[in-house]
Write a protein that binds this ligand. Sequence first.
Ligand code: SDX
Length: 428
Amino acid sequence: MNDAAKLIYDGKEYVFPIKRGSVGPSVLDISRFFQESGAFTYDPGFTSTASCESSLTFIDGDKGVLLYRGYPIEQLAEHGDFLETCFLLLYGDLPTLKQKNEFVPLITRHTMLHEQLIRFYQGFRRDAHPMSIMVAVVGALSAFYHDSIDINDPKQRVLATLRLIAKMPTIAATAYKYSVGHPYVYPRNDLDYTSNFLHMCFSVPCEPYDINPVLSRALDRIFILHADHEQNASTSTVRLAGSSGANPFACIAAGIACLWGPAHGGANEAALRMLQQIGTPDRIPEFIKRAKDPNDNFRLMGFGHRVYKNYDPRARIMQQTAHEVLNELGVRDDPLMAVAMELEHIALNDEYFIQKRLYPNVDFYSGITLRALGFPLSMFTVLFALARSIGWIAQWKEMIEDPRQKIGRPRQLYTGAAPRDYIPLEQR
Ligand code: SDX
């Protein structure tokens, strides 16, 4: 097996070392190409570009495989829990019982927010999209927790990591309470991570709130599914922001902003709005036709993926979880579930979708479950951000701890005006 690739450019031969991973595609190391040739490589959207080395998450898009530190997502979703997954992504292996018993209380004891942070919420309109609040409040954490923003101090990096994992549910729940005009609910240390989040979202001071263990387990599983996903757009945003030395709270706020887009994490909200717009199975052909029309920018939200050219393994678990939650809530024949399953069936048997290898992704079924759990559509991407925070933080940690890391600074193909002289105003 050769360990170099050759390229002829402008009559000269260039040799690129090939780096091979533990599994998956190899890479051609072209980092010296511009220095030696004066030309750039060109890859808008990074369809063929590996931006870094990572040992966190592996995706095989053709086979529909997703591994966190080598463990298949199906096994983690079935047997694990979200905080265990956080430990796995941060430290490389599943925690022992002793490690888990030490890790969980560390998170629990950081779930409260600085009381003055609550005032930030009052500055927003009640109908502000909760993602705008998430970007603002998470970015503002760096104004309150000065003892965990020095990225060169390992102890401060750990403290920032614990605070972000612990406070994201409190920030998210407080954004929800603000939007519905309810009093904020403080975290409770006697509840597990996800039960505590449900409690902060849905309990009210006037009466007890009983946690449904089936629903809490389902949401915890949804968090596991969303925890990390290689170098997706928001994770790449966090890495790029972190490469400048920005503090971790600012980097995570940048990731939240990027995730908001409907092509990325915003697709779960957009997918449910699409299902509501379709309304009944008999209207599906009209929307399939629009999705295939090159002159119509309508797309089936929750369908298609840059990497998965097979069924997103998370979507399969999301569909199973949707059925589990609807059954637990006694919801028979949810009309949107009927539309979603019929839409999937029709699309997966349609030549256009088969040829372009478009399958349901993680966002296709999640909205049905989140709505059934009681969350408004505007909170769907907030929940995605809550769960993905561990992936962003773990990827940021991996980058910061890499002695080779440097500021990310892509170049361009310039197609603008050639050099020209200034024209005085009276001559224009
Ligand atoms: C997430 O990267 C990650 O890992 C993301 C994520 C994560 O966990 O971080 O998995 C989470 O963001 C999932 C994706 C959620 N987005 C959506 O569901 C929005 C709808 N999907 C599309 O916008 C699209 O599929 C993307 C953005 C997800 C992927 O876009 P690509 O890889 O750039 O592919 P493309 O836009 O070039 O599409 C290829 C072809 C195009 O047709 P042609 O121009 O070649 O003729 O497929 C068509 C597209 O028009 N196409 C679709 C479609 N998605 C792609 N046609 C109809 N409906 C769709 N959903």
